[in-house]
Design a protein around this ligand. Sequence first.
Ligand SMILES: O=C(NCCO)c1cc(-c2ccc(F)cc2)cc(O)c1O
Ligand SMILES: [Mg+2]
Length: 216
Amino acid sequence: SGTSRPVRILHHVQKVAQYGDAQSVLSAVDSYCSKIEWAMNVGDLKGQILDAVVLETRPHYVLELGTYCGYSTVRIARLLPPGARLFSIEMNPQYAQVAREIIQHAGLDVDILVGCTSDLIPQLKKKLDIEKFDFVFIDHWKVSYLRDTKLLECDLLRPGSVLLADNVTCPGAPDYLHYMRTSPRYESQYFPSRLEYLSRGGGGALPGIKLLLNVT
Ligand SMILES: O=C(NCCO)c1cc(-c2ccc(F)cc2)cc(O)c1O
Ligand SMILES: [Mg+2]
């Protein structure tokens, strides 16, 4: 197929979702990825956990690590009050471009920064006129979760800042999970869930990966 999976998702959103309606964009992505082809969006099941944490935190400054197609970016931005700022870092330029168009279709305003988190995080304070992040959603390369959290601790978090990380058990970020569970700096809470787009009938399959999932 000539197009990439993210571009196919974008085309589906542009075809079926109402312009300016964030919920219809989320529903379009979820129906495409549960019926046609799996993709690594956080999905609706884990997305409900993300929603609850955002609503409870009521953050003004938000950072997302790992934009992909912008699904979780839309999920977060749709719940923020006017004036709040959401920055999302994506290292894959093709993903970032798809995300910009999906976020635009939802009628939302987000700053997508293209580059590697380890390069960009140390520059954020200087680049953006912000003090600290109130909420961080971590969903990029699982091997980078812990390294980037320590970069954030340098001077971008404050007492009460909330970090929420996807995939800490599947595919897994064991060093991050251990650090969060043992560091005196954090109170950690684990939300058992299921991998996105799996609890369904026939339809699309995982990208050629036979998964033995121990579903908790
Ligand atoms: O790599 C991931 N994200 C960073 C992208 O730059 C990612 C992977 C998976 C996944 C993949 C393949 C499988 F078999 C199971 C899970 C799921 C996710 O939610 C993810 O966020
Ligand atoms: Mg994920």
